[in-house]
Design a protein around this ligand. Structure first.
Ligand code: ATP
Ligand code: MG
Length: 433
């Protein structure tokens, strides 16, 4: 196949046969975020490169190795590798942080990172994320975590463990970085090349290394929790109590340091063992210094990003059900050309009611139309013959059970039963795949 006919490595197509999975996840994340009081925000696909350098951080893998950047008319831009930087930038630019706090927004967007593609690791992937700006309260941490937990529970996911940690503030972290440096220094030559550099510039990044040798060395490294200052320690204790009050289970995992530089205090990941090595479906935490770092006031903030491909992959692996794929509800089949205008009129009446109605656009014979209706798995067929049309009627066939009855074409009421709003739980429970 010619190269231009292949999608780029690490990208995916979503065909109509798969789209219901995305609709399921998107509907649940929207509904959950709105119910927690978050409003949707949309931001550009690219920003200035400097925005990510200043927020995500110069010493992170994302900024050092994974960004897709272009120079256009002398300005350097980057396809967003994550959603937080752009969202905070947009909140500042639109004056949202000068309004009543907390500001609470969510987004569903594509992210771009030049990584080695593998299951659950793509170069273009999608995130659902939330950002809350303005609250220092440990209850805000718990509420953000609960929002993620609710999404996972509503989708029916099992065996996803909340891993929790605190990485302190710049004050306590400085001491911790020193301790890490002292610990890793004797192992310098055994570390991977990237980590040798990390040792100099940002030793905490060492704990995030994916190499098995480096992880083995890091096993006995000092843990941040022993270095937290009084304020950070108190905050972490309060977050844990709030989680317990809310009935959210967690494990404290001092190895969670997060791949981006802007985090402070609480960090967390929801991790599953269902999909192999890339098991983090959701990651987030607090970034109290980020807004100030980008030129705003000192406003604490927090949030998370959830990888939608990993979420869908986990649902598939766990055999969970998705909402029913949208199929043709009513296929109109005129028996001959004289019945075509009636088919068109009736189809439009149905569409106005929100019914997915189709009719033959290829001038097929009646028999070929029946075959096509079967192939596209239409739920109902309406046969329009000239005799019936004279009386303003048609023959309705239920394609699932073969039942037939005569209906009047001046009323579309026969179909409404299938199109009334059904509750989310019914919808999710109603069909597999
Ligand atoms: P990882 O450790 O897996 O590289 P990360 O720390 O780089 O993740 P974040 O920047 O925190 O990830 O992104 C939040 C979430 O987005 C991740 O938990 C994951 O679900 C998803 N994600 C991140 N990178 C990718 C990717 N390349 N492909 C698919 N999903 C991704
Ligand atoms: Mg990564």
């Amino acid at each position: 196949m010619a190269n231009y006919l292949k999608r780029p490595n690490g990208t995916e197509d979503v065909t109509p046969a798969q789209i219901h999975k995305w609709h399921t996840v998107e509907q649940v994340v929207r509904q959950t975020a709105e119910s927690f009081g978050f409003s949707e925000m949309r931001i550009p696909t690219f920003e200035t490169t400097e925005l990510f350098q200043r927020s995500v951080g110069e010493t992170t893998d994302v900024v050092q190795k994974e960004m897709y950047s272009v120079i256009a008319k002398e300005t350097q831009f980057t396809l967003r590798p994550e959603g937080t930087a752009g969202t905070i930038r947009a909140m500042l630019q639109n004056g949202m942080l000068a309004e009543a706090l907390p500001q609470k927004v969510y987004y569903i967007l594509s992210c771009f990172r030049h990584e080695r593609p593998q299951a659950g690791r793509l170069r273009e992937f999608h995130q659902f994320g939330i950002e809350m700006a303005g609250s220092q309260s440990p209850y805000a941490d718990a509420e953000v975590i609960l929002t993620a937990r609710t999404v996972l529970n509503t989708l029916g996911l099992k065996d996803i463990v909340l891993n929790l940690n605190s990485i302190g503030c710049p004050a306590c972290r400085a001491k911790y970085q020193e301790a890490l440096k002292a610990y890793f220094e004797p192992h310098r030559d055994a570390l991977c090349e990237t980590c040798q550099e990390r040792l100099v510039r940002n030793p905490m990044r060492l704990l995030d290394c994916k190499s098995a040798e480096d992880q083995a060395i890091a096993k006995d490294a000092p843990v941040i929790l022993d270095y937290l200052c009084e304020e950070c320690k108190e905050h972490f204790e309060a977050v844990k109590s709030a989680l317990t009050e809310m009935g959210i289970e967690y494990v404290v995992n001092p190895r969670i340091v997060r791949g981006l530089d802007y985090y402070t205090k609480t960090v967390f990941e929801f991790i599953t063992t269902s999909i192999g090595a890339q098991g983090t479906v959701c990651a987030g935490g607090r970034y109290d210094g980020l807004i100030e770092q980008l030129g705003g006031q000192h406003i604490p903030a927090l949030g998370f990003g959830m990888g939608l491909e990993r979420l869908i992959l986990t649902m598939e692996k766990q055999g969970l059900s998705f909402m029913e794929p949208s199929v043709c509800n009513v296929y109109l089949a005129p028996m001959d050309d004289s019945a075509r205008p009636a088919a068109l009129k009736f189809a439009n009446a149905l569409r106005e009611m929100g019914v997915r109605a189709e009719f033959d656009l290829l001038g097929r014979t009646f028999k070929a139309q029946m075959k096509y209706a079967n192939k596209i798995a239409a739920k109902y067929l309406v046969v329009l013959g000239s005799n019936e049309l004279e009386q303003g009627t048609g023959k309705l066939k239920n394609m699932q059970n073969g039942e037939q009855k005569e209906i009047r074409l001046d009323s579309a009421e026969h179909f409404t039963a299938d199109y009334t709003e059904i509750s989310l739980s019914e919808m999710l429970g109603s069909s597999a795949e």
